[in-house]
Design a protein around this ligand. Structure first.
Ligand SMILES: Cc1ncc(COP(=O)(O)O)c(C=O)c1O
Length: 454
């Protein structure tokens, strides 16, 4: 009987992050200054990011050493286990072998601490006292709160108002770890007040909360900003996931035909996929691996968005990134996978998708919850609704393998647990979930607000 849980000894934990920019065939598209639309210069970022992270953002070095202090904290919950989904395979009657890398073992319950910890470390090293950030459903806010507590930094989290009221327990976790949590839009910032003036009942969005957090950081000398996804350095920190998975797959004596991850801003997908994609780009891969990013049909950035320069936030204060986007003013429907409700996508993931190195699929939430329920009943773990998008795609790949009688090896990222999403599961079990198909006219209206960059 094969092992169901493949552990990596602590001594084999990665000591360097992998930077895919070193292996991409075309250099990554540089960011633009949001005010002038000219090439972004580092001085625009220094008021809100420490220099070490700005350097990582543009580095072409293939390997970047993980600082010893960060490795020490990673050891608190890493290496994370790789599981063979034997019970799920049996339930599906598939000849495919399914593996999942489980990031729900971190104290915050997701992959987000993999980057929160180094971001807090580099800010502390640069003498910063306080970090400001945004959070949607609360996973990123929890991860940064924990990291700030460990490094003795203050932390303020602007939490999208609808989640602030609907997901009170994530707020409690952030406060327990010492953070101040503010419902966004708030009256603390110009950006928040401008939104409230237009619409006092605004339920907020990630794009609004980012504007508030960036403004907070830019207007205080003791404060920097931290982002939980999208940026190059964030995806690079997450490669500990894929680097561990490569070793664990070797221990299991297997190699994936397909690697799957859910995509909000692209960080857990990039973290798992990039080390394997690097092997493929360098001509070292043992198979012609496929890579699949999975998103919600209600926020179909990669499958229905445009590959264009856009702002990361509503107030147009972030750099312009060339990415798949639905437009910075896009307001997604209130699906339960809060962490996948972002209008844009990582520039690196977008470029790799545009150049044909990966595929993207979108699912409505009911089939996603059906997959999550089958997974919970077979493998036992309660998955986060975000991660359940990857489960849906993995099950569909396994069913395709069954129909074709092929022994495919499927690896997917289980980016977090869903213990604080039980309200969503309750709705699913009571038959109260709804699917949202994004109407074409709404999509066109949001895309019409994209900046025109020659
Ligand atoms: C559990 C989980 N998975 C996935 C995501 C999506 O983010 P990303 O695409 O950056 O991994 C989130 C975001 O909050 C999340 O909480």
């Amino acid at each position: 009987m094969p092992d169901r849980r493949i552990q990596l000894p602590g001594k084999d934990m990665p000591t360097a992050w992998y930077n895919i920019m070193a292996d991409m065939k075309n250099p990554p598209t540089p960011y633009l200054n949001p005010a002038t639309q000219e090439l972004l210069t580092p001085d625009l970022l220094t008021p809100i990011f420490p220099m070490a992270l700005i350097e990582q953002e543009v580095s072409q070095q293939r390997w970047i050493d993980i600082p010893g202090e960060v490795i020490d904290i990673y050891r608190q919950f890493r290496p994370a286990p790789l599981h063979r989904a034997l019970r799920l395979e049996q339930a599906l009657g598939t000849p495919a072998r399914i593996y999942y890398k489980y990031e729900g073992v971190s104290p915050a319950g997701s992959h987000k601490p993999n980057t929160a910890i180094p971001q807090a470390f580099y800010n502390k090293q640069a003498g910063v006292k306080r970090l400001a950030t945004e959070t949607g459903a609360g996973q990123w806010g929890c991860a940064l709160s924990l990291a700030c507590t460990w490094f003795g930094l203050e932390c303020t989290v602007y939490m999208v108002k609808v989640s602030f009221h609907q997901k009170p327990y994530r707020k409690t976790m952030m406060r327990l770890w010492g953070s101040e949590v503010i419902a966004s839009p708030s009256d603390r910032t110009h950006a928040g007040r401008a939104i409230l003036e237009q619409n006092p009942d605004s339920l907020g969005s990630l794009g609004i909360a980012i504007s508030e957090a960036v403004e907070d950081a830019a207007t205080r000398t003791d404060t920097n900003y931290a982002l939980g996804s999208v940026l190059n350095h964030v995806l690079m920190h997450q490669t500990v996931i894929g680097l561990e998975a490569q070793q664990q797959m070797a221990i299991a004596g297997d190699y994936p035909d397909v690697v799957i991850g859910c995509c909000g801003g692209g960080s857990n997908f990039g973290g798992l996929a990039f080390p394997f994609m690097g092997e493929k780009l360098r001509g070292e891969a043992k198979k012609d691996i496929r890579f699949v990013g999975v998103e919600p049909a209600a926020c179909p950035t990669m499958t229905r968005g445009e590959y264009r320069f856009d702002y990361g936030d509503v107030a147009k204060s972030t750099p312009l990134v060339k990415m798949y986007t639905l437009g910075h003013n896009f307001m997604p429907a209130g699906i339960h996978a809060g962490g996948l409700r972002y209008h844009g996508m990582s520039g690196l993931v977008s470029q790799l998708l545009n150049e044909g190195y990966m595929e993207a699929v979108a699912y409505p939430q009911i089939p996603v919850f059906e997959a999550a329920a089958l997974f919970a009943r077979t493998e036992g773990l309660v998955p986060a609704p975000e991660s359940s998008h990857a489960i849906r795609a993995a099950i569909d790949e396994a069913l395709k393998a069954k129909a074709n009688n092929e022994e495919k090896v499927i690896l997917f990222g289980l980016s977090g647990h869903g213990f604080l999403d039980l309200g969503a599961y309750e709705n699913y079990l009571d038959g109260k979930l709804e699917d949202f198909a994004l109407p074409e006219n709404e999509l066109c209206a949001a895309l019409a607000e994209l900046p025109i960059i020659p």
